[in-house]
Design a binder for this molecule. Structure first.
Ligand code: SAH
Length: 224
């Protein structure tokens, strides 16, 4: 189904097509230059990842609630994190911690080979799975678990993206990063910084990118 048919299907119509173009212009103005990332955002119907009552705001550059006290990140942050992850070239296996709505997962899945995504709240994971199936994204596998422990079975990963903030980077995630691999993660308890970590053998080179506000990375998996 084309994006336009899809918009009609959801009763949003042509206004939204213009709004979507405006979002891309805005991301470009904010400094997002990676064309693969911009194209993935252009193609992805963000309104399907939020409650119908919020669909009319889906193409604003703003974070939106997705229930269970969680939020879908602002498109600028999604774009920025994806761009940082891709900075070293093409990626095969990518681990994502914090599936949430699945929007960031959908963007990742269009710019890397395979995504392994972990979510601790079961109903969010189930909804994300259904939306990704609906829009025909197939190179993603889902796990309901505490992502502090990564997903050792398929590691090491060429890149790891974390979309909830720990006070400190979990050791297990560092251990599952391949040599030369990149991790993008918000770090900090009160003040958070988006952080890029590049592995060089047993060294981890860190770069603080910009201040951000994410929900906390919590412990344990829950069913409701
Ligand atoms: N990337 C998401 C943003 C979701 S908000 C999106 O595009 O919608 C952060 C998500 O991380 C929430 O869904 C939250 O439940 C999840 N999360 C928090 N701690 C976690 C953990 N330890 N393991 C897995 N997921 C976690």
């Amino acid at each position: 189904m084309s994006v336009r048919e899809d918009l009609y299907k959801h009763g949003i119509g042509m206004t939204s097509q213009r709004t979507r173009e405006r979002l891309l212009e805005r991301l470009f103005e904010e400094g997002i230059r990676n064309l693969q990332v911009l194209e993935a955002i252009r193609r992805t119907p963000r309104h399907l990842f939020v409650d119908e009552a919020l669909a009319h705001r889906a193409y604003e550059d703003t974070a939106l609630p997705i229930g269970h006290n969680q939020t879908l990140s602002q498109p600028y942050i999604v774009a920025r994190m994806t761009e940082l992850l891709l900075g070293g070239g093409p990626l095969d296996k990518v681990l994502e911690v914090g599936t949430g709505s699945g929007y960031q997962t959908a963007i990742l899945a269009q710019v890397v080979e395979r995504v392994f995504t972990v979510e601790r709240i079961l109903p969010l994971q189930e909804r994300a799975k259904a939306v990704l199936k609906d829009i025909n994204i197939r190179n993603v596998v889902f796990r309901h678990a505490d992502g502090n422990w990564g997903w050792p079975q398929y590691g090491p990963y060429d890149a790891i993206m974390v979309t909830a903030a720990p006070a400190e980077v979990p050791a297990e995630l560092l251990a599952q990063l391949a040599d030369g691999g990149r991790m993008v993660i918000p770090v900090g308890a009160r003040e958070q910084y988006l952080t890029l970590i590049i592995r060089d053998g047993e060294q981890f080179i860190r770069q603080q990118v910009e201040p951000v506000r994410f929900v906390p990375l919590l412990a344990g998996a829950i069913n409701s």
